[in-house]
Write a protein that binds this ligand. Structure first.
Ligand SMILES: [Fe+2]
Ligand SMILES: [Fe+2]
Length: 455
């Protein structure tokens, strides 16, 4: 899961602060330690200077035999754990490491023992023949020789604890400051980034819906103002494009409608050409189209199929174009041979249309081929039976007969409604599918009314 801006920023800042605090502690710690050591070493200098002065004054007063009183008092000083005065120009003397260092450098030597909290200072006593006291008069030495050392151990625990306590206070203040900065920053991120960011999308959607701009007054930062302005102009661009697309769509819709109507008129005209030539009742094709659509709707076909059958059904007899006038317009009854020729119009119609890739023409081909098939398999040209006959063919079969019976033709009067109904019942499950006959009987008045209106 992704982290929020706030979490990312705060984690990064905590890392930076932790590193910064560590660096500050190390730097200040080192400085503190150097300062602390210099103070303690100064104390060692002071004490050793006091001892030297005390011993010198004892020497001058000729009371060196009483110097231990003085040294005992010095040892009682706070922090002084031990003081030793060592003569180094004694030939039998075997100096320790610290004294050797002092003899070599003629300078003081300090050893820090942090574990035991001690500073061991070894301070040189240098021979001097000048001034009021000549060391060389008593010591077998040259000017500048180290004739002795003052070795003292100073307790640094108390001073160290004092320094550490200030250190802890300092770290606590640093942590508190970091916490205050982080807490403030969290509020700032919420106010200036997180909340405005979540708002700007919402405002963008509302602005898009209302065709307006985002009100950027409430965004306090420059960045958010720029973002909201960008969203506003982006939304305007989209709206403009949408408008253009809608206009294109309308044009396309008009064009599509034009093409559909042209196709419809053309197919209807082709049906009518055949209708006029075979001297059928006027407007037969138009009625077949309308009735087929009504049957398709009652049968439960889809909207697309209803439109398709209305478009394609007027061409059901298009194959009759290839039938000669002698048969097509013969006033009397056809001979068996003539009737057989007449029956070829189904296949002929199919052949004319079958190569088309257009949906409407393919549907017209199917209707031409199957509108003389019968439900019981006794129709033509293929003697298809039941559901092997496509639904469009089954519908046009009943519609074609229904219209022929309800209309007057040159060779017959229009049948009475009762007689038509009786025939439909008679042919239920024979010529026509049962469900279609039921629909025809149920809607008989509507269908008959339509036929009359369009005759
Ligand atoms: Fe036909
Ligand atoms: Fe017909």
């Amino acid at each position: 899961m992704k982290k929020t801006i706030k979490t990312i920023t705060i984690i990064r800042l905590i890392q930076i602060f932790a590193l910064a605090i560590l660096v500050v502690i190390i730097t200040i710690g080192l400085g503190y330690r150097a300062f602390f050591q210099s103070v303690m070493e100064k104390e060692a200098f002071t004490v050793s200077s006091a001892i030297k002065a005390g011993l010198t004054s004892h020497m001058k007063a000729g009371i060196m035999d009483r110097r231990d009183y003085f040294l005992d008092e010095i040892k009682e000083l706070e922090d002084i754990k031990n003081i030793q005065i060592i003569h180094t120009n004694n030939r039998d003397f075997k100096p320790a490491k610290n004294i050797l260092e002092v003899l070599k450098t003629k300078k003081e030597f300090f050893e820090w023992d942090d574990i035991n909290g001690e500073l061991k200072a070894t301070m040189p006593y240098i021979a001097n023949s000048k001034g009021t006291l000549n060391c060389l008069s008593c010591h077998d030495a040259q000017d500048g020789d180290v004739i002795g050392v003052i070795e003292m151990t100073i307790d640094i625990n108390a001073s160290q604890e004092l320094v550490m306590s200030y250190g802890y206070i300092f770290i606590a203040i640093l942590c508190l400051l970091s916490f205050i900065i982080l807490a403030n920053l969290s509020g700032l991120i919420n106010r200036y980034i997180s909340k405005p960011l979540s708002k700007v999308i919402d405002h963008g959607q509302k602005a898009y819906g209302s065709y307006g701009d985002i009100n950027n007054v409430e965004y306090e930062s420059k960045e958010l103002e720029i973002i909201s302005n960008n969203i506003s102009s982006f939304s305007k661009d989209i709206l403009l494009k949408n408008k253009e697309i809608s206009q294109h769509n309308l044009t396309l819709q008009d064009l599509n409608e034009e093409i559909e109507n042209t196709l419809k008129d053309t197919m209807m005209a082709m049906g009518e050409i055949e209708e006029i030539r075979s001297e059928e009742t006027r407007h037969h094709t138009e009625r077949v189209s309308k009735l087929s659509a009504l049957f398709a709707a009652a049968y439960g076909l889809s909207e697309d199929d209803i439109k398709l059958i209305a478009l394609a059904s007027p061409m059901h007899d298009i194959g009759k174009i290839a039938i000669g006038d002698d048969i097509l317009k013969k006033p009397g009854k056809l001979t068996t041979d003539e009737y057989n020729i007449m029956k070829t119009h189904a296949k002929l119609g199919y052949n004319v249309l079958k190569h088309s890739k257009r949906k409407a023409l393919r549907a017209a081909a199917e209707i031409a081929y199957t509108h003389h098939e019968k439900w019981d398999g006794t129709g033509y040209p293929r003697k298809l039976k039941g559901f092997d006959i496509p639904i469009f063919g089954r519908i046009v079969a009943i519609v074609d007969v229904l219209d022929a019976l309800l209309c007057k033709r040159v060779y017959k009067e229009a049948w009475s409604h009762d007689r038509v109904k009786a025939l439909l019942k008679e042919e239920r499950g024979k010529h026509f599918e049962e469900k279609l006959v039921d629909i025809a009987l149920e809607q008989f008045d509507t269908y008959a009314g339509l036929v009359k209106k369009l005759s």
